[in-house]
Design a binder for this molecule. Sequence first.
Ligand code: NAP
Length: 488
Amino acid sequence: MTQAMLEDLVEGLRVPTDLFVGGRWVAAEDGGRFAVVDPATGEEIAHVANGTVEDARRCVDAADAAAAGWAATSPRRRSEILRRAFELMTERGEQIAELMVRENGKALPDARGEVAYAAEFFRWYAEEAVRVSGDLRTAPSGANRIVVLRQPIGISLLITPWNFPAAMATRKIGPALAAGCTVILKPASETPLTALALAEVLADAGVPDGVVNVLPSRRSGAVAQAVLADPRVRKLSFTGSTEVGRTLLQLAADQVVSCSMELGGNAPLVVLEDADLDVAVDGAMVAKMRNGGEACTAANRMYVHRSVATEFTERLARRMADVTTGPGLSGAALGPLVNADAVQKVHELVEDAAARGARVLVGGRPGDGQGFFYPATVLADVPTGARILQEEIFGPVAPVVTFDDDDEAVRLANDTEYGLVAYVFTRDLARGLRLAEALDCGMVGLNRGVVSDPAAPFGGTKQSGIGREGGHEGLLEYTESKYVAVDW
Ligand code: NAP
């Protein structure tokens, strides 16, 4: 895409590049800016205000000034504003999708899918905003009543990753606003433009000044620390790597801030010998290749019963060989990875597996032109000790391992510090449900390669996180229960 087209795109969407604080677009307090790079070309496409610690404090002040008013706004009004945000985001969907391709690299169909998915969080939580209910019980002694109120938890710091720049933001903003909380969103530095476009959507939808503040910053540690040190901030919702999640949990401990953590994954995909292989291969393609493999939910390890392993792997390899790679707006099915480090990491994992005896059936070498490209890759006979089976790949690589019975499949699948999601393919639903119960993770896709749904509780066990996003559960994360003991 030419620079002129980029300007059209940015102007067409009027994508701001400043901080959004208290309903105003402002430069960083020290005037600093940082570059956003197009992963398809390696070229700089925008310069965004680089929030400082002082800007972070201003965001907390703005969120605090708006907090009481927003909490007192009727649920119906909050619902209508969120519904309007859904409509506006849908209307601007094509521009937001193209913007996301430019800063993240993902292929346009993935970006369009993400916009639709992201907007659904506004619609779902518009519907949930009017359904926050408390509880009334009788004390076991019969002496009094127990009244339970659900109140907004308070100012919330939302930190999002670059891989789903729209959906990870709306999955947090939607329930926070529905519950009556004001927020500070700190987007990933690779993809701040989508977050700024969302700030415009929300402002245009009627969100009052200060309810949503957006703080792009390359000083992520310092600004997060400043926000979390402020006792007015009561919630941290983070989506990102387990490593950064651990650091933030420690920071949040000082003020005893409530934490929701959506962290890394290492999803197993299990194909039993009675699986419908058409369904299993389709499911594996989606579970692996959605968002180019740059998803916490991406199938990271494919465990296939020995009796169907050859056929499954050959079919998968044929499908992966057909995946076209190119710039996200070119019509290719697979865009570039987010940056050069990501390409190097993915390739290291492939080389390590190959050095230990894995066979590279398709792909396996980074692109040699401009941009951060890595092709769809299939590895067969991956040995147990390979790093690729333990670490998040975050790229379009499918390692295949064989197993002999269900117990072995469960043991291999659970042999990880992560517990986000698993996929199981079988024609026997009872057997599939037994496996689903035995797998140590927060979500299971049974005969399907996608679990993400705004109406469902998304989240993980073990080092994949704490808490749930989406569904009614996602709303409760932004509320505090208050119990009133009443005599009447
Ligand atoms: P990341 O490096 O952990 O960064 C995530 C966010 O944290 C970014 O906004 C980043 O800002 C910020 N950050 C980095 N260091 C920080 C610090 N010391 N203090 C405060 N904030 C800090 O993760 P990523 O590479 O963007 O995203 C990929 C990871 O996200 C993968 O592990 C993936 O599994 C996970 N993920 C999980 C889910 C889920 O729902 N479980 C969904 C999507 C992604 P800067 O960009 O400015 O450094």
